[in-house]
Design a protein around this ligand. Structure first.
Ligand code: BGP
Length: 472
């Protein structure tokens, strides 16, 4: 739809950016923090050591001052479960509580709304050893952790996110570095979907607890949602796109919002002997919970064609993965899109399409919790980073949000990845996303000095004009 007049961004639109604890904080075992699965995993060769990351733990004041300088209205960060509960359950670490109190207070000092992710890929190692999400107990572990967070930070945190990219954990877990997922399979086993199911119940319980304990707070999920296109107008390809949409996107959002499994996804799991065991109590918990908004990460769309069932099942890649689900759908490249230096397709119009689809299905306000461009950046001798490619990417995506708003979608905010450079899930710090450059490489920790990229100044102007001026 072409709009003659565009609707403006809402007055209280949450312009900000995101990070996650294990990718940004460092201080991996400092001040009583227990190890998470990220601290004990094998680091992919040639990628940065996560024990220092970009040391946000010691630089948070400086980092938040820079975010304030950009004019941020929000900062989405995650809490490290093991900084707060070193063993995942039981004893609380006062130093961990103190750190997040300081971080939250520092945001509020500048009127930056903290948006807190409760779980971002970092299962406590102690719980991992006990079976992680494959245990039904994981629902109670997560509920205990949620209570600690709500009790300690609920007086100041108004926006909560439950689990980051649960769908990617299920679809491409090994790439993200979580355990209990066999490598190289299409992840279509009962074992995987049982873990997935426990996360669905755990996040529902956390939403319920949040509503009981913090009536003024808002809580939502943060899956990675991208619309799946059919590779052609062949009806069989359209069916394949519906299939993969169901397995990749709607399985999660239907469960979060309606408390029910998506029928297409359920039927496919059933066919493949991958159905989770679901108790009556699980069903009751899922039904009773409802998010206040949908947080979601968007990087690109996916494209699929029909699968005749003769291909081997398989995953090839990361969050932008090519996957084959025999007899269901097979991902292919979209020839209409260009790719980033790291091979991820770029699809700003798909952002609008994704948002429109989500809003018409669920009718809940939408909060962008990630979006962004991973690229190689160069620090010039005079301390500059000319990242016009990132500006271009962000500009095009922000323009599509305004179109979506004009289409009638209720958008709460935009928090791209990432506020500051940090360690990518599996491609090191050479793949940078931030507005703020950090002087370190994959091989060396470096000075960790912060520099303002060109995109920093550009985003500052975008925020100052509430999205009206997207020019350089
Ligand atoms: C999302 C994750 C983030 C982040 C981002 C970029 O899937 O939620 O943690 O890392 O993707 O991905 P990558 O680091 O693989 O480039």
């Amino acid at each position: 739809m072409l709009h003659k007049t565009l609707k403006p961004f809402p007055k209280d639109f949450l312009w900000g950016a995101s990070t996650s604890a294990y990718q940004v904080e460092g201080a991996a075992l400092e001040d009583g923090k227990g190890p998470s699965c990220q601290d004990v995993k094998e680091i992919p060769e040639g990628t940065a050591d996560l024990s220092v990351s970009v040391d946000h733990y010691h630089h948070y004041k400086e980092d938040i001052a820079l975010m304030a300088e950009m004019g941020f209205k929000s900062y989405r960060f995650s809490i490290s479960w093991t900084r707060v509960l070193p063993n995942g359950t039981g004893e609380v670490n006062p130093k961990g509580i103190e750190f997040y109190n300081n971080l939250i207070d520092e945001c509020l000092k500048y009127d930056i709304e903290p948006i807190v992710t409760m779980f971002h890929f970092d299962m406590p190692a102690a719980l991992d050893e006990r079976g992680s999400w494959s245990r039904h107990d994981s629902v109670d572990w997560f509920a205990e952790y949620a209570c600690v967070l709500f009790e300690n930070f609920g007086d100041r945190v108004k926006y909560w996110l439950t689990i980051n990219e649960q769908n990617m954990l299920t679809l491409v877990g090994p790439v993200i570095g979580t355990l209990h997922v066999p490598e190289g399979t299409a992840n279509l086993t009962k074992e995987i979907y049982q873990q997935n199911h426990h996360q669905l119940v755990a996040q529902a319980k956390a939403m319920q607890l949040c509503h009981e304990m913090l009536p003024d707070a808002k809580i939502g999920p943060a899956p990675n949602i991208s619309l799946v296109y059919p590779a052609s107008s062949k009806p069989e390809d359209v069916i394949a796109a519906q299939n993969f949409n169901a397995l990749r996107n709607w399985l999660y959002l239907d469960a979060y919002v309606f408390g029910e499994y998506n029928n297409l996804a359920w039927a496919y799991l059933e066919e493949n002997d991958a159905l989770p065991t679901v108790t009556d109590e699980d069903r009751t918990i899922m039904k009773a919970a409802k998010p206040d908004f949908i947080g979601f990460n968007y990087y690109n769309t996916a494209t699929v064609e029909a699968s005749d069932g003769s291909e081997a099942a398989g995953v090839n890649g990361d969050q932008q993965s090519h996957q084959t689900f025999p007899g269901f759908a097979k991902s292919v490249d979209n020839p209409n899109l260009v790719k980033t230096e790291f091979g991820w397709e770029i699809d700003p119009v798909g952002f609008r399409a994704t948002v429109r689809e989500m809003y018409s299905r669920y009718r809940l306000p939408l909060l962008v919790t990630e979006n962004g461009l991973g690229a190689y950046d160069t620090l010039t001798e005079d301390g500059k980073i000319h990242d016009n490619y990132r500006i271009e990417y962000l500009r095009q995506h922000i323009a599509q949000i305004q179109l979506a708003i004009s289409d009638g979608v209720d958008m709460l905010g935009y928090n791209p990845w990432s506020a500051v450079d940090l360690i990518s899930t599996h491609e090191g710090i050479r793949k940078r996303y931030g507005f703020i450059y950090v002087d370190r490489t994959d091989e060396e920790v470096g000075s960790l000095k912060r520099y303002r990229k060109d995109s920093f100044f550009w985003y500052q102007k975008v925020i100052a004009t509430n999205g009206q001026d997207l020019k350089d």
